[in-house]
Design a protein around this ligand. Structure first.
Ligand SMILES: C[S@@+](CC[C@H](N)C(=O)[O-])C[C@H]1O[C@@H](n2cnc3c(N)ncnc32)[C@H](O)[C@@H]1O
Length: 285
């Protein structure tokens, strides 16, 4: 059944997705606390997923293309893995916001442990509406988070407000092709997957429309990159690791508690109908 979110924040849904012990264990053991996919170049091994995740974070850093000391907003920071990579590698000063208090606590703890508290700060916040002043940031990024927005256009407008003139935006993540172009079987897989993973944003844009959503919020689109070929190897590796364990869970009907496993298998099954996109945009002065 399609969930009617009524255009409102679904905090309970987000807690259900990220708070279940099975999902948290998955992110801890498999993803080393990063909650995103990876990037693989031709000739690179796909089996060490954490390396692909670090490479994706470095791609983000290159797309942001900001000098050390720049102020950057991480919209939906999770446990702050991406923020710490950008702070350590590129000298950025990153402010991470997240809806989930346990993610914010984890991000703070891990930054203290990594001695990166001077360059990373984390706060509870909803990226549709934040308390920072206009023009507070030189850069904003969303690493696989806009898909959770109940109102992606409003979130993008908020990112635009928060950037100074000349500031840069990078959005990364999976985007479905228009539903009309999907075979029935994949469409039937996608809709319950979106419900289970609380992805109302991903329902509201497609590979054809996300660019227009970005320009509609006032940005100039610098690049719209279909990076599917770089993301697919991680999808394939995770599918190879978890196909059989997930099939066993499915027999016992325990899949709701193991959403991490579910997403590795179902994203693979949807791979020909979901593109991984990187949008880079500028707020012109
Ligand atoms: C797929 S995870 C990505 C986390 C992080 N960017 C990473 O790559 O590790 C999505 C994150 O977005 C957060 N999130 C979802 N909706 C949000 C909102 N409206 N405001 C702030 N954070 C949000 C979730 O709590 C979750 O931590």
């Amino acid at each position: 059944m399609v969930q009617d979110l009524g255009g409102e924040l679904d905090l309970d849904g987000m807690r259900r997705v990220y708070g279940t012990p099975g999902h948290r264990l998955f992110y801890l053991l498999v993803c080393r606390r990063a909650r995103h996919w990876g990037w693989t170049e031709p000739g690179q091994s796909k089996w060490r997923c954490w390396r692909a995740q670090r490479r994706l974070e470095d791609v983000l850093g290159r797309k942001l293309a900001l000098p050390p000391g720049s102020r950057v907003l991480d919209a939906g920071c999770g446990s702050g893995v991406v923020a710490r990579r950008l702070a350590a590698r590129r000298g950025l000063r990153v402010t991470g916001v997240d809806l989930l208090d346990f993610h914010v606590r984890e991000a703070r703890r891990l930054s203290a442990r990594a001695a990166l508290e001077d360059r990373t700060t984390f706060a509870w916040g909803d990226f549709h509406e934040l308390e920072y002043a206009d023009g507070s940031f030189d850069g904003v990024y969303s690493m696989e988070t806009l898909c959770h927005a109940h109102d992606p256009a409003r979130a993008l407008a908020e990112f635009h407000r928060l950037l100074r003139p000349g500031g840069r935006l990078v959005l990364l993540g999976p985007v479905a092709v228009p539903r009309a172009e999907m075979p029935d079987r994949q469409r039937e897989l996608l809709e319950p997957f979106m419900d289970a993973m609380a992805l109302p944003g991903a329902r509201q844009y497609t590979t054809r429309t996300l660019g227009a959503l970005v320009t509609g919020a006032g940005f100039r689109l610098e690049e719209e990159l279909d990076a599917t070929a770089h993301y697919l190897p991680t999808t394939e590796a995770l599918y190879a690791y978890f196909r059989l364990p997930y099939a066993a869970l499915r027999r016992f009907g325990a899949t709701e508690r193991w959403l991490g496993l579910r997403s590795t298998v179902e994203m693979y099954e949807l791979r020909r109908h979901v593109a991984w996109m990187v949008h880079t945009a500028v707020k012109d002065g």
